[in-house]
Design a protein around this ligand. Sequence first.
Ligand code: PHE
Length: 360
Amino acid sequence: MTDLASLNAQALAAIDAAASLDALEAVRIETLGKQGSVTALLKSLGQMSPEERQTQGPAINGLREAVTSAIAAKKDALESAALNARLATERLDMTLPAPDAAAGSVHPVSQVMDELAEIFADMGFAVAEGPEVEDDWHNFTALNIPETHPARAMHDTFYFPEEAAVDGKRMLLRTHTSPVQIRTMLSQKPPIRVIAPGRVYRSDSDATHTPMFHQIEGLVIDKGIHMGHLKWTLETFLKAFFERDDVVLRLRPSYFPFTEPSAEVDVGYTLVNGKRVIGGSEGWMEVLGSGMVHPRVIAACGLDPNEYQGFAFGTGVDRLAMLKYGMDDLRAFFDGDLRWLKHYGFAALDIPTLSGGVGA
Ligand code: PHE
């Protein structure tokens, strides 16, 4: 009996002293485990005489129950202590005052894209999207860019490895937003009026080129569309964007495989204290590529070019932002320098509207 009593006291003391769940588990194995001291006593019942077993049985079982419930109680206590400790470290002081002003700002590229969406929405254009990882057909072939066109050369286009082909097609990072023209014509019926802003990629890097930059595409497909519609749309857009009535456009004949005829659009500027300011016609800056959608492109999308015509244009969003807001190094757009973002960024709640002024 004294054996049982001292074993009981010993076990309870060990349980009490266990400072962690691991230590407690060790005590459980020492007592109640297969080779444990209490388990050994339970096994010894088998060798006892019936009289002995009658007194020892309840005592040994009592010991097992006492140890079992002491372990369970200690386990509960250790677990709730651990939970409390965790809650204490995760505590948030909700009474701390909020910062006076929002810390973030809207990047000029996002701002300009919002301005463009607002301006074109007013002219009845919806926003269309396409994937940045494109296939050759959407990015080139359907846009009437033959295999031999220099835009396909490795130094311009980021191609994925042959092994990463999808459905047997070698993928690439889209080099312009023009594939969205194709995707839109394939998925919507004319009349179509969309703009497609987004990221594009070319293997190029200096003060005026970054490997990733932003373009916005415009596409109109309907019956009886002509160059006059294109010119009016661009003029209206550029006047609204630069917020000046004296914006002068100059359309120069040009070449893009997916438009015929094609025109590059220059916008006139005036020199004010040696700085170029949009408006007037002292000098010219190229801002846009455009043209009437090539009949072959319309046909590639399953439409009859004798029935439907349209115009398209594409321009660099980063460049538009630089011209409007006066930054001169494109690379700074993507450096993530907080001082730059603070200086050129826009307030998050300053959403461009035509009535309130798209310039924010
Ligand atoms: N995709 C052309 C480029 O990236 C721009 C463009 C778009 C030209 C639509 C004409 C029509 O340079």
